[in-house]
Design a protein around this ligand. Structure first.
Ligand code: IMP
Ligand code: MG
Length: 179
């Protein structure tokens, strides 16, 4: 296992081993199976970061389910708030369906808020939010998160789908920015 990685101008050190990631995913799968079960849920991954979460999550889900993706990008505007754009939206008919959003990380919650707006007029049966990582100190919104894999401190991480300026998504473990 590589202890330190360099991505662009920054160094990152090992933070969460892939075995602990797998345990956190399994814990989420078990919970969702208990609560959502055989309701033919549609899991919606949020590109780009959540592609590995979705891949590992759905391969363990034991009931019939569907999988789709949306693509969101956050931009830091000229003001203090981040602006989130929808680059790829929903095409499926979702009326009466149970939707479970699968996120890699919830930080400020800006992306999550925008995501919830996307589903607001879809007449869903239920909307559940699941995220592998959650930074409680950074979260600024009030919407509750149904399933959390792991709470982490408010520091920048990469790996397992998460990037620093495009790099690091391929790392199997999570690395934390060295300061
Ligand atoms: P938000 O602040 O909750 O809207 O998070 C926005 C997005 O920023 C997330 O979906 C991730 O793509 C990215 N992000 C937030 N925290 C981190 C991090 O620690 N490392 C890498 N990407 C992050
Ligand atoms: Mg994301």
């Amino acid at each position: 296992m590589v202890e330190t990685v360099k991505l662009h101008d920054k160094s990152f050190e090992i933070f969460i081993h892939q075995d602990r990631i797998a345990e956190a995913i399994k814990k989420m799968v078990n919970k969702v199976e208990e609560e959502v079960g055989d309701d033919n849920p549609i899991f919606i991954g949020v590109l780009n970061g959540s592609f590995l979460v979705v891949a590992d999550f759905v391969r363990q889900y034991k009931y019939n389910c569907e999988v789709s993706f949306v693509k969101m990008a956050s931009y830091v505007g000229t003001g203090t708030t981040g602006e989130v754009k929808t680059l790829l939206g929903i095409n499926e008919e979702l009326k009466g369906r149970t939707v479970v959003i699968l996120e890699d990380i919830v930080d400020t919650g800006n992306t999550l808020e925008k995501l919830i707006e996307l589903f607001a007029d879809k007449e869903l049966k239920a909307l559940k939010i699941a995220t592998l990582f959650y930074k409680p100190e950074a979260y600024k919104k009030s919407h509750s998160i149904d399933y959390v894999g792991m709470e982490i401190e408010n520091k920048f991480i990469v790996g397992y789908g998460l990037d620093y300026d495009g790099w690091g998504r391929n790392l199997p473990h999570i690395y934390q920015l060295k300061e």
